[in-house]
Structure formats: structure tokens, C-alpha cells
Design a binder for this molecule. Structure first.
Ligand code: MLT
Ligand code: ZN
Length: 460
């Protein structure tokens, strides 16, 4: 169906969720734009179901009417995957907010799709969620599973897929799938919860997940170590992975990003004199402080053990996503390469962007132990067109072409964490073969034959 849903369909939606949970007009506008302001669409209706049966009924109505649906969680995504860029109906998980009791035998919890990651992390004293991302207070379980969120502790606990011990989801025809018993060992067929992790809302609407929790860190120590550049950071991070037993995080950023945060956000610099690059390490448990001290040796470093001091150090890394925003609307590229090529990527990426656009500004930071680099590009002479994603003219793909070609030449991925979304579909053939993409299309058709789930995300 093209155009907005007819009044009769809106009445059917209201019969399922109640009139007050079918939002239209101004009430729906906030759901049509992402938090960066980089993606703006139009939501003819926002549906706020309170349970799985309501999700099933709504999807059944949408499938019958041929109405496209964008599932939306905390709307903290970075690739436009949760925004109705083509006038889709938004299915909000906000009221799927039930957090079950923690199963202390298994160290697991069942959480509705709309529960925030921070709520899961706080579910039981002594336990925590292995996935730790800056947007954890807003990002939801459903969205984090659908995008296979990574973040700051992947080197220790893996991404969201690795926390998943079960899933409940609704297919586009209203069929409910539920496999939530939380078995660690369960070889009884296809592991479709894993398949839904990272499917970006294209296969099913996730309504709940069974999540493995991890022991909460004890006696954490955070350090920021000064470094000469990417090669120095990488070498030190590799040693940390080998030599620091309780290592949780190994994060990279540069003085260029810190300078922006100091100037525009009043951030205090961690080291004086500054160094070109930095490695933030966090470790916990017995021996962590000693292992870190041994690793650091005589290098310039700032060390935090108390909560306030650690938070001050972490702000230097966690606020980096804001840094490029002080220069303009950034294009947020999120790439990874094999470990042995990370230094080449981090050293060359600004140069390839400069060849394409000499006035562009580039800020890099990321998860060095995962081979992951966040490349934030503020194009030179930007032409305001927020719907295109980065304040550039439609068709101006020079920056992505430059970065993604470098990444592909290094055997990497054009999306390490954020997903393909609406932003990167065009470049998927750089890193996924014809055979792989054909298989993706067949899987998608099997799950969503009506083709109504996030139809403009990932190529069909
Ligand atoms: C991060 O690592 O800070 C997040 O992935 C967000 C971002 O890339 O900006
Ligand atoms: Zn990240």
C-alpha cells in the first residue's frame, strides 16, 4: 500500500491497542527522526502494543493491508534502521517493558523488548549485562538484539548475540515464535535467535529476549595511557589482551577528538602534556591494578580506581561520538578489519577521505581489540540535506566510497556494530558476495513473505 493508512485501518489498530496508543500527527513526529537529527522520515502512525498478542494482531493487520512497518526501540541507532524514512508505520516497543525475576541458578533474565539495557544490568546485585554501550539508558533489549549491539566490553563478553539464550518474536503474518527456556546446550535445530540478532528488524519483531548475565566487576581500575599513534596503541592493546587477566575494555581515541570535546564541552584533558593518541584500558578483579601498572611501565598515564575518577576518564572515550558534531553533521561510519590490519586502517583512513574531499574533517576512535574503528566524517562545504544522512547533497557518496574501499581492500567489514540500515545498503556488495546476498534474500522471503518488515533496510 502506498500513502498513509486509511482511517478504517487506524480504527482497527485502535481496537487492538486502545486509541491512546495509536499516535498520529504531532504526537508521532518524535518517532520519525533519529537522535542525531541525521535521519528524518514521516510516521503516519505510531503503534504502542502492550504485549506479544497485541504485536501479533497488529502485524496481522499490517500484512493483510500491505502496510510496511518499522520496529523501533530506544531510537538510538546510527544508520537510520529504526526511522520510518519511507512513511512506514512505527511499531514502538516502549510498552513491552516487563523485566522478569532473575534466575540466579542460570544467571539469566527474561526481558521485554522495551526494557533498557541499564535496567537489565541493574536486575540483580552482583550480576551485570555483558554488553555495555554509551546509550544503555535509552537503548532497549529489542533494538540491541536486532542490531547485535557491541560496545565497550566485547573483547570480554562478545556482542549482544553472545548474551542471547532465547528469544520471543512475531513474524509478519502474526505467528508467535518463542524459545525462552534459556538452555545453554540445545542442539535441536536452527538457531534462529542468533539469526534474528543483527537482522535489523527485517525478519521478525522481537518482543522479548532471554539474556545471560555476567558477574559484576569487582575492584575495577581504569587507565588512560598516552601513545604516539595507532601502531603504538595497537601494540599496547595486544599486550594488554595477553597479559592483563581481568581486562574488560581496550579503547582508542585521539587528541583531535579530545581537543573538540575540551573546547566545546569543557572536558578535562586526561594527560598533560597531551599525546597524539590514547588507549583506555579497564580491568577488574584480583591482580588487575598490578597487571596494568606492569603494562604501562614508564609511559604517561592517568589511573582511576574510585567511581568519580573512573567516570572522568571514561568520559574522554564515551563522549567521542559527540566530538565531530561540533564541526557539523557527521557521517558516522563504523568499520572493522582483521586485527593485523587495524593499524593500516587507522593510519590511512583520514588520507583516503582527504583525497576525496580535502576540506572534510575526520575524527576516529573505537574498540581497538575488536579491530573496530569509528570514522566520523564531517564533509567540507556541506549541503544541508538531513534526510540523506549527513548534511550532504543527495548522491554525494565520495566519503563512503573512500572509506569502504579502503576497508574492503583490507579484508574488513563496512559495519562492525551499527548495521547496514538505510545508509550502507548500496555498499554491501563490496564485502558480501552475490551468493551470500542471494541467500540473505531467500532467508528474508521465508521469514517475511509479505515484505512488510523494514523493507528499506538491507537490500532485499
Ligand atoms: C561508540 O563506540 O561510541 C558507539 O558505537 C557510538 C558511535 O560509534 O559513535
Ligand atoms: Zn562503538
Amino acid at each position: 500500500m502506498s500513502g498513509d493508512p486509511p482511517a478504517s485501518l487506524l480504527r482497527q489498530f485502535a481496537a487492538v491497542v486502545g486509541q491512546s496508543h495509536v499516535l498520529t500527527g504531532d504526537a508521532a513526529a518524535g518517532y520519525a527522526v533519529d537522535w542525531t537529527g541525521g535521519f528524518t522520515g514521516h510516521a503516519p502512525a505510531v503503534l504502542r502494543p502492550a504485549g506479544t498478542a497485541e504485536v501479533a494482531a497488529l502485524l496481522g493487520l499490517c500484512a493483510d493491508a500491505g502496510v510496511a512497518v518499522v520496529p523501533q526501540g530506544g531510537n538510538t541507532g546510527l544508520v537510520g534502521g529504526g526511522v520510518p524514512l519511507h512513511g512506514e508505520v512505527v511499531l514502538s516497543s516502549a510498552r513491552l517493558d516487563r523485566l522478569g525475576p532473575v534466575d540466579l541458578d542460570a544467571g539469566q533474565v527474561s526481558a521485554g523488548a522495551g526494557v533498557s539495557l541499564q535496567q537489565v544490568a541493574d536486575a540483580a546485585p552482583g550480576l551485570d549485562l555483558g554488553v555495555f554501550i554509551a546509550s544503555r539508558h535509552s537503548a532497549t533489549v529489542g533494538g540491541a538484539v536486532a542490531t547485535n549491539a557491541g560496545g565497550l566490553r566485547v573483547l570480554r563478553y562478545g556482542p549482544m548475540r553472545a548474551q542471547l539464550r532465547g528469544i520471543e518474536a512475531v513474524l509478519s503474518d502474526g505467528t508467535v515464535l518463542s524459545h525462552m527456556s534459556g538452555l545453554v546446550k540445545d542442539n535441536t535445530g536452527y538457531d534462529y535467535p542468533s539469526l534474528l540478532a543483527g537482522s535489523e528488524g527485517t525478519l521478525a519483531v522481537i518482543t522479548a529476549a532471554r539474556l545471560q548475565l555476567v558477574p559484576r566487576m569487582t575492584d575495577p581500575v581504569t587507565v588512560i595511557v598516552g601513545a604516539d599513534g595507532p601502531a603504538d596503541v595497537h601494540a599496547l592493546a595486544r599486550r594488554a589482551v595477553r597479559e592483563v587477566g581481568g581486562l574488560q575494555s581496550a579503547e582508542f581515541f585521539t587528541q583531535a577528538g579530545l581537543d573538540l570535546l575540551a573546547e566545546h564541552a569543557g572536558l578535562a584533558l586526561p594527560l598533560r602534556p597531551p599525546t597524539p593518541a590514547y588507549l583506555l584500558l579497564e580491568a577488574a578483579g584480583p591482580g588487575a591494578a598490578e597487571d596494568l601498572a606492569e603494562l604501562i611501565g614508564g609511559r604517561p598515564a592517568a589511573v582511576g580506581t574510585g567511581a568519580a575518577e573512573r567516570a572522568r576518564l571514561w568520559a574522554c572515550r564515551e563522549r567521542h561520538p559527540e566530538a565531530a558534531g561540533f564541526l557539523g553533521v557527521p557521517l558516522k561510519l563504523d568499520v572493522s578489519v582483521p586485527a593485523a590490519r587495524w593499524v593500516q586502517l587507522a593510519s590511512k583512513v583520514a588520507g583516503v577521505v582527504a583525497e576525496a574531499d580535502p576540506e572534510a574533517r575526520v575524527i576516529i576512535y573505537g574498540h581497538v581489540a575488536d579491530g573496530n574503528l569509528h570514522v566520523n566524517v564531517v564533509p567540507g562545504a556541506a549541503v544541508a540535506d538531513p534526510a540523506h544522512g549527513a548534511g550532504r547533497a543527495v548522491g554525494d557518496d565520495r566519503h563512503e566510497d573512500a572509506v569502504f574501499s579502503l576497508v574492503a581492500s583490507l579484508g574488513g567489514s563496512i559495519s562492525a556494530e551499527h548495521g547496514i540500515g538505510a545508509l550502507k545498503a548500496r555498499w554491501l556488495p563490496l564485502v558480501r558476495s552475490d551468493a551470500e546476498r542471494a541467500l540473505f534474500a531467500r532467508v528474508r522471503a521465508a521469514f517475511d513473505p509479505a515484505g512488510i518488515l523494514n523493507p528499506h533496510v538491507l537490500p532485499r
